[in-house]
Design a protein. Structure first.
Length: 100
């Protein structure tokens, strides 16, 4: 299995109502210093991918798209649909971070 396939499996496993950070997923996929690799891999997902990409956020608990952009709003809305709300622009990791 490729590192990307392993990453996809972990992303698919993030339960609704939870989030994971780029760094957390990099560690799980066996590439502990490769948070940016996770971001690049997600950037190249096909538009019709069923992976819950919206559950992946940065280590500060923020959505990584520029605040107010269309992509940021889409991710924010998808998270809100699962009960994950931003407080002061952040997601409270202690409340929502997936522990696998």
């Amino acid at each position: 299995m490729t590192p990307e396939e392993t990453l996809y499996q972990f992303i698919a496993a993030i339960p609704a109502g939870n989030v994971a950070t780029y760094g957390q997923l990099a560690r799980l996929a066996g590439r502990p210093s490769s948070a940016r690799w996770v971001g690049r891999t997600l950037k190249h997902l096909p538009k019709d991918s069923s992976l819950p990409w919206h559950r992946v956020i940065n280590a500060q608990g923020k959505i990584s798209f520029p605040e107010g952009s269309e992509a940021w709003q889409v991710q924010k809305d998808k998270l809100a649909d699962e009960g994950i709300l931003l407080h002061n622009g952040r997601i409270r990791l202690k409340d929502y971070q997936w522990s696998c």
